[in-house]
Design a binder for this molecule. Structure first.
Ligand code: NAP
Length: 277
């Protein structure tokens, strides 16, 4: 049983009950942590409804990670020291997601990079002086950082930058006893995900190909986040953990696997018929 009693978490990226950040906040709280939320004004009423009368929420303060002043204000308003920081924020303008990457406008590129990748640097810089030794920073990334996923476009570039930032920060803050890691989550239907064209098809394809034959859930990702937040991960930093039902290990889709098996040469055992000794 992981015990986070007395630990204080900062969680950025709760927009609705489907948010990955919300799943993580609930999981950290179930282990005993208290949580302070940073939110964007846009969904304020929905957030207030969602978090009303929840005893483990210590505070909620507006924080637009695209603005240095907003982040500084957040850290002025949120008192005390912290043990856990969760950055679950991503955004690219719809125009940029809607057109081939070669037509990306510079302003949209900059927005995607600022909100999705630079924001991790900004939050880490502001939080670090108040992070306790043994602390854990965590961000959320996606396979589109290293492979071409239809519709993900410029977000893939931003996630590649975010993964690099994760390693750079981990190398820098390790001497303070703070760890920085990332979870590369499989697709989950959230508000941000609904902005990715063809997302439902991606969900279906991934479940079809993944070794676990399903999509991952908020709960799956939150479990891994709890691990990173806890002492169980005390020796782990700068890493990207795939929580994707195993999709990322597959070299070919399952249909092709079956086809290859049916074409096995005489004397070869088709894959489906192979049994452990
Ligand atoms: P979500 O519920 O829509 O959360 C995204 C959050 O980012 C929202 O709370 C959004 O706030 C916030 N955000 C956007 N711009 C911001 C800004 N300037 N300042 C502060 N917050 C801002 O979607 P999610 O899927 O849980 O996304 C969380 C993270 O997981 C993202 O980094 C995403 O890329 C990553 N991820 C998601 C999936 C997936 O399939 N869902 C897979 C892998 C990784 P507003 O909505 O108010 O703008």
């Amino acid at each position: 049983m992981i015990d986070l009693k007395g630990k204080r978490a900062l969680v950025f990226g709760v927009a609705s009950e489907t948010s990955i950040a919300w799943g993580i906040a609930q999981k950290l709280a179930a282990a005993g942590a208290t949580v302070t939320l940073g939110y964007q004004k846009r969904f304020l009423s929905r957030l207030m409804q969602l978090t009303k009368d929840i005893p483990w929420i210590e505070g909620k303060f507006e924080c637009d990670v695209a603005e240095e002043e907003s982040v500084q204000r957040f850290f002025e308003e949120a008192p005390g020291d912290f043990d856990i920081l969760v950055h679950a924020i991503g955004f690219a303008p719809a125009e940029a997601l809607g057109r081939p990457v070669i037509f990306t406008e510079q302003k949209d590129f900059e927005t995607a990079m600022t909100v999705s990748a630079y924001s991790m640097i900004r939050l880490a810089r502001n939080a670090l002086p108040r992070m306790n030794a043994g602390g854990s920073m965590l961000t959320l990334t996606y396979l589109g950082s290293e492979r071409v996923v239809p519709g993900y476009r410029i977000m893939g570039t931003a996630k590649a930058a975010l993964e690099s930032v994760t390693r750079e920060l981990a190398a820098l803050v390790g001497q303070r006893g703070v760890r920085v890691n990332a979870i590369s989550a499989g697709p989950i239907k959230t508000l941000a995900a609904s902005g990715v064209p063809g997302f439902d098809k991606i969900l279906g394809w991934m479940a079809h190909c993944a070794p676990l034959k399903r999509n991952v859930t908020q709960e799956d990702v939150a479990g891994a986040a709890l691990f990173f937040a806890s002492d169980l991960a005390s020796g782990v930093t700068g890493q990207i953990l795939y929580v994707d039902a195993g999709y990322s290990i597959m070299g070919v889709p399952p249909g092709l696997d079956a086809l290859l098996s049916s074409q096995a040469a005489p004397g070869e055992t088709p894959v489906q018929e192979a049994r452990p000794a």
